[in-house]
Design a protein. Structure first.
Length: 206
């Protein structure tokens, strides 16, 4: 029997993840069955279960992959001199994951999928650990960025870096929630809002 190449295995896994993400975004996590996923990807049950034992593993893999991609973008930005400002960086990352790489092309549906993933962490310990690890990685990446901002004289040093990291993550989460609930939220709105807030000057109080 001919050996299956790693490239083939990776491509098959990618096919399954993309198809599952389209199903989840279109129909919702709970309304999607594994039979729906099999139909979407055009593979047999044996082919799919070779990689993932069920919906929980699929959604965990999708979440972990998203976190890894976002963290990688932030870490790459921290190596730039000077690093891009938060409005530019956050806008670029959100544009990738809510405009350019959307399974099925429905931005609001994909944002709703993300909200569903968050809610699933309340009942699924494995998924909670996956998201917790991703969240911790995001905090570390943003903390590194804050240090880069300070080294380039772009940010004051009297606020803990982790406080800035948590605030930027919350900003991204809020933007995703708005997209999920109301739709028609353009990334430029986030960029413009952050840019305006960054332009404010604080005055010393007597």
């Amino acid at each position: 029997m001919a050996r299956v190449s790693q490239e083939h295995l990776d491509a098959r896994r990618r096919q399954i993840l993309d198809g599952a993400a389209r199903c989840f975004a279109r129909n919702g996590f709970h309304a999607t069955s594994m039979a729906d996923v099999l139909t979407e990807v055009g593979l047999s049950a044996g082919a799919v279960y070779r990689y993932f034992r069920g919906k929980d593993e699929l959604i965990a893999a999708i979440a972990a992959e998203a976190f890894a991609g976002i963290r990688g973008a932030f870490e790459e930005a921290s190596r730039s001199t000077p690093p891009p400002t938060p409005d530019v960086l956050l806008g670029a990352v959100m544009r990738i994951f809510l405009e350019e790489r959307i399974p099925g092309g429905d931005r609001q549906a994909f944002a709703r999928l993300i909200i569903q993933v968050w809610s699933e962490t309340l009942r699924d310990e494995h998924l909670f650990r996956t998201l917790a690890a991703g969240y911790d990685g995001m905090r570390e990446a943003w903390t590194t960025l804050v240090e880069a901002y300070r080294a380039n004289g772009l940010m004051r040093a009297d606020v803990p870096a982790d406080h800035v990291a948590r605030t930027m993550i919350a900003t991204a989460q809020g933007f995703i929630a708005q997209q999920a609930l109301f739709g028609d939220v353009e990334v430029r709105v986030l960029e413009d809002g952050l840019r305006a807030l960054m332009s404010m000057e604080t005055q010393s109080q007597n």
